[in-house]
Design a protein around this ligand. Structure first.
Ligand code: ZN
Length: 516
């Protein structure tokens, strides 16, 4: 993500307060411990229990749910831009990981019915966004579940702490947000620990476009009532917050990369004079993905692209899987390839390798930000060292910036500048400590070893130590987990303030143009 929007902090505060009250129930879904089998002792299994209302995330304890693992979401929707009415049926294919008396889904819209393996279930709501499902029959560990949820609502008017993660626009809507997005359009196990594949189909009035993740298995098809159904499919494991929809008036540009990947780019017709700068940036996605691949290893997904959102849409950009979505602000001062580099670097760091907990957000934002520094070097607009020296000097030692720990910023600061800028500085210090050869071995090794999975900062440190043969504990502790500006040799050598690299205006604009 780029461009922090302040409204998110209100939601974080609201959910943090409410999750405190539900924290006591988190352990309720701990599976019954079976006694060890052997020598005639019977295997004792505890009675089925409620699935946990969260996955134990330190920052967001009630995000995601325990007791089952989702393989696939079939999200079938009908949407009307004129009213913002969304109706739909989501079919979830999952496997129970515990014996369950009830289980939760994260969802906010009005639920009409839920069926589990064909049998009608009863439902209730709890906490901020919990839909509690009581199946007619007890669910047993290992059982395949087909959960069908029928629902409707007006997402822009469905508020949590005064906030909606759904953005209604003049001509449609954007379901694009982090970390809360799914609650407003499909029921889910809403945490990056439970990735799944997606089929997303949306019926809209004919003439409205719908763009989503992956590929289009078939062209948009006419339906009764002057409507058209758009169908999208992603076959790579996808975190719930990285599924998206952009609905509205878009010009769609399709192509194929030299490697045979489908490309779908889309440009809101509302962009007007900003349109050419958006195209001059997003149409370079293939080149940028190839460049990233040369450093990070093979591109992990089945399609590429980008969506330039409308002028009244989001003010940030998000690394939605296979196809980032960009707010209009990035194009106000001309083309900006740095934001395209940032969001596409996230395809490796964030999307394919996702955080195991949200407190590990540095593994996303520090890496995507450092990719911009590498791009600056590639473009001849300032070496990574020059960017480091400038950014380091631009935050005085007594600046509050240095009080935020990139390795543990706190739930309300996961998108703080420190996670991006000090996060990128940390990777540069790692590069200096281990040398270029080891550093450019560590990055693709991380992407490969945790491909389609999750990671923690400790796991990354262990990998860097294994490849470099160095003890890096001081470096990680100092740069990620200690308040205050660390001393660096390169800054001590400087007699004059370092010059601003050519790239910095665009990088800075990409980071926080919209929030300051
Ligand atoms: Zn980002």
């Amino acid at each position: 993500m780029e461009g922090v929007h302040l409204v998110r902090r209100a939601l974080t505060a609201a959910t943090a307060a409410l999750t405190l009250t539900t924290a006591g129930t988190l352990l309720a879904g701990t599976p019954g411990q079976a006694a060890p089998a052997g020598w005639g002792r019977p295997i004792v299994t505890a009675a089925p229990q409620p699935g946990a209302s969260g996955l134990g995330d330190t920052y967001f304890p009630d995000y995601g749910n325990g007791g089952y693992d989702v393989e696939h979401y079939d999200v079938r929707l009908r949407y009307d831009p004129a009213t913002d009415l969304l109706t739909g049926t989501t079919t979830i294919l999952a496997t129970a990981t515990h014996d369950l008396s009830t289980f939760n889904l994260d969802f906010l819209l009005d639920v009409e019915s839920v069926r589990v393996n064909g049998w009608a279930a009863t439902t209730s709501t709890a906490g901020v966004h919990e839909l509690v499902v009581t199946p007619a029959r007890t669910v047993t560990r290992g059982q395949q579940l087909t959960i069908v949820v029928r629902y409707s609502g007006i997402p822009s008017e469905t508020l949590v702490g005064g906030y909606t993660g759904w953005t209604r626009t003049d001509d449609g809507a954007l379901a694009v947000n982090e970390p809360e997005s799914a609650w407003w359009w499909f029921p889910s196990n809403d945490h990056p620990l439970d990735k799944a594949t997606f089929d997303i189909s949306v019926s809209v009035p004919t003439g409205v476009e719908v763009i989503s993740n992956g590929v289009q298995p078939r062209p948009p098809a006419a339906e009764a009532g002057n409507r058209t159904r758009w169908i999208w499919r992603t076959t790579s494991p996808t975190a719930t917050y990285l599924a998206f929809m952009a609905i509205g008036q878009y010009d769609i540009v399709t192509d194929t990369t030299p490697s045979g990947q489908p490309v779908v780019n889309a440009y809101s017709t509302s962009l007007g004079a900003l349109g050419p700068a958006a195209r001059a940036s997003i149409e370079r996605t293939g080149e940028i993905v190839d460049w990233c691949g040369g450093i990070f290893g093979p591109y992990p997904f089945e399609a590429q692209g980008g969506v330039a959102g409308p002028v009244d849409g989001i003010s940030f950009a998000l690394e939605t899987q296979t196809r980032p979505v960009y707010g209009p602000g990035f194009w106000r001062r001309g083309a900006n390839t740095y934001v395209v580099v940032h969001e596409n670097a996230h395809q490796w760091f964030g999307d394919s390798v996702s955080v195991a907990e949200w407190r590990h957000i540095w593994l996303n934002e520090g890496f995507a930000s450092y990719a911009e520094w590498l791009w600056s070097e590639e473009q001849g607009e300032g070496t990574a060292q020059e960017v480091f020296d400038f950014v380091y000097a631009s935050y005085p030692a007594d600046d509050e910036f240095w009080q935020v720990l990139p390795g543990d910023p706190g739930a309300g600061r996961i998108f703080d500048n420190a996670v991006y800028d000090r996060g990128a500085m940390t990777l540069h210090q790692l590069r200096l400590a281990v040398g270029d050869e080891a550093f450019f071995e560590i990055l693709p090794a991380w992407a490969t070893e945790h491909r389609y999975g999750n990671g923690t900062v400790a796991q990354f440190q262990a990998l860097a130590e294994r490849i470099s043969g160095l003890d890096l504990d001081d470096l990680f502790t100092t740069w990620l987990f200690t308040a205050g500006r660390p001393d660096v040799a390169s800054a001590a050598r400087k007699v004059a303030p370092p010059a601003e690299p050519k790239s910095w205006a665009k990088i800075r604009e990409a980071h926080d143009l919209m929030s300051h």
